[in-house]
Design a protein around this ligand. Structure first.
Ligand code: ADP
Length: 485
């Protein structure tokens, strides 16, 4: 079976978030299921030089204001089709916005081109390659299923995966024709989204199957509370909507062989983590206290991630024997708020604003508990890495967090299955903040009982976080889709 995966980022070629991890890892895992995946990705400046020699070029003609071609080959172990369109992608910096943070004004066209190229490939543009399925990821690829659905003749099956519903990929209504969408797309059952166009909605409305990255998020997004305006459409499409949990790259994230850790360790040598904790305390300028409960955060600093809730919960927690390190970047207000909180808590809280893969490993390998206080979380990857690294996750009971962390309540402790601390968000931020604070305090109580804490760490480290099981679910989905056509 041949699947064309369409994504705006794929690790290690280009990454701004979890989408890249998924798009980069899934092809290799699916190969073990007998599914051949090729990944269509934009030709950003960092991607083109990564192409191995010997790639082939296929002209696609004019695409939204300039020439485009597909470069077909391999790059960093991935089988890729790179959409080379310099007028759209030859720009320094982030894939989605300029250095100042403002979105590229032509984003609708840039990612319409990605969808158009995918649809063209699906309709036979490449002489030697015909995918059975086109699998689009998030709004950036949302037009791929739409162009295919509106095309005449035979077409491949289509799947769209929602990694985050918070990004609708909006464009002005009057771009409909310029984007190459037919008039019928301008309906409530098409790409129209509250007076705009939404590239994501176009995909959700037209794909044969919709998946999202956890079963709980799949159930949440059909409700008004989590549906972000798409819940009506998603309720209507519930029969084709399912949730498949993400895995992680268990080679890159392996505490036993992680060269980015001061001291590697495994399930049986957890005492060695103490050296990583000491290293982390030094790097963040914290008091070198081996017994302090060290919380860690690795996150985009955004409203979604509940960083403001965490900062509000801190007084009363840091006063006890607790410390906090934060690695993240994002909204300016939250960056400032984190820095200020660290300034108020010298020796107890350290903040590094930025994106630092090596330090992310250091935090997973050194902190006692990893906090994920998200308001919504489609899957979440940091808690999966944390489980693998014996950093006990403290998370909100929502989305993929609810599906991956087992609260160490009395019953779970009795049964010996608890892996973390899970709290239920409240109706208001104030209630949620109190519950988060209580969860952190409960984690500290559990941490004080070293035998219980060790068992929680070991339970988490024993879980299978790899892509093996998720890949099987995707392969089954592809097979059932093809069988139904
Ligand atoms: P998102 O909503 O940002 O995709 P996920 O938890 O699904 O959240 O994935 C985030 C990924 O990015 C994880 O692999 C995490 O380790 C990584 N990450 C996030 N912020 C940083 C940072 N500041 N430095 C290094 N890695 C980060």
């Amino acid at each position: 079976m041949q699947v064309l995966s369409v994504a705006s980022e794929a690790y290690p070629l280009i990454k701004t978030g979890g989408l890249a991890d998924v798009a980069g890892a899934l092809p290799l895992a699916l190969a073990a299921e007998g599914v051949q995946v090729r990944t269509l990705i934009p030709g950003y400046p960092s991607v083109l030089p990564a192409l191995d020699p010997g790639f082939e070029a296929h002209a696609l003609g004019e695409m939204f204001g300039g020439p485009a071609q597909l470069l077909c080959g391999t790059a960093q172990g991935l089988d890729v089709l790179v959409l080379d369109a310099p007028h759209l992608f030859a720009r320094a910096g982030n894939p989605y916005h300029a250095a100042g943070g403002q979105e590229w004004p032509d984003n609708a066209f840039r990612f319409a081109a990605l969808g158009r190229a995918a649809a063209d490939i699906g309709l036979g543009a490449l002489p030697s390659y015909q995918p059975d399925i086109v699998h689009a990821h998030d709004w950036q690829a949302g037009l791929a299923p739409a162009y295919l659905a509106y095309a005449s003749g035979t077409r491949p099956g289509t799947v769209i995966t929602v990694h985050n519903l918070a990004f609708p990929g909006k464009a002005p209504l009057d771009l409909l024709a310029a984007l190459g969408l037919p008039p019928e797309a301008l309906s409530i059952d098409g790409a129209e989204f509250y007076g705009s166009l939404s590239l994501l909605k176009a995909g959700l409305a037209t794909a044969d199957r919709i998946t999202t990255v956890s079963p709980t998020y799949a159930a949440e997004i059909v409700t008004p509370d989590f549906g972000m305006g798409f819940d009506g459409l998603l309720r209507a499409r519930r029969p084709v909507l399912s949730g498949i949990l993400n895995g992680i790259d268990t080679e890159a994230w392996n505490p036993a062989s992680d060269a980015l850790l001061a001291t590697p360790y495994d399930r049986d040598t957890l005492a060695l983590r103490a050296a990583n904790k000491a290293d982390l305390q030094t790097r963040f300028g914290l008091d070198p206290d081996p017994d302090a409960m060290l919380f860690g955060v690795i996150s985009r600093l955004s409203w979604q991630k509940g960083i403001d809730l965490l900062l509000a919960a801190l007084p009363g927690v840091l006063a006890d024997e607790a410390q906090l390190v934060v690695l993240g970047a994002g909204e300016a207000g939250l960056e400032v708020a984190c820095r200020e909180a660290a300034g108020r808590n010298p020796g107890k809280m350290g903040v590094l604003i930025g994106y630092d893969e090596a330090l992310a490993h250091g935090i997973q390998g050194g902190c006692d508990a990893l906090l994920v206080p998200s308001r919504f979380e489609p899957c979440g990857l940091t808690q999966l890495c944390a489980l693998r690294y014996g950093a006990v996750p403290v998370v909100a009971r929502i989305g993929g967090l609810a599906d991956t962390v087992i609260d160490a309540n009395a019953m779970a402790l009795q049964a010996g299955v608890g892996t973390g601390v899970v709290y239920t968000p409240g109706e208001t931020d104030a209630i949620t903040t109190n519950r988060l604070r209580a969860a952190m305090q409960r984690a500290m109580l559990l941490h004080a009982d070293r035998a219980i804490w060790r068992s929680m760490q070991r339970n988490g480290m024993a879980a299978d976080m790899s892509w093996r099981v998720p890949a099987r679910h995707y392969a089954n989905l592809y097979r059932s889709l093809l069988a139904s056509r």
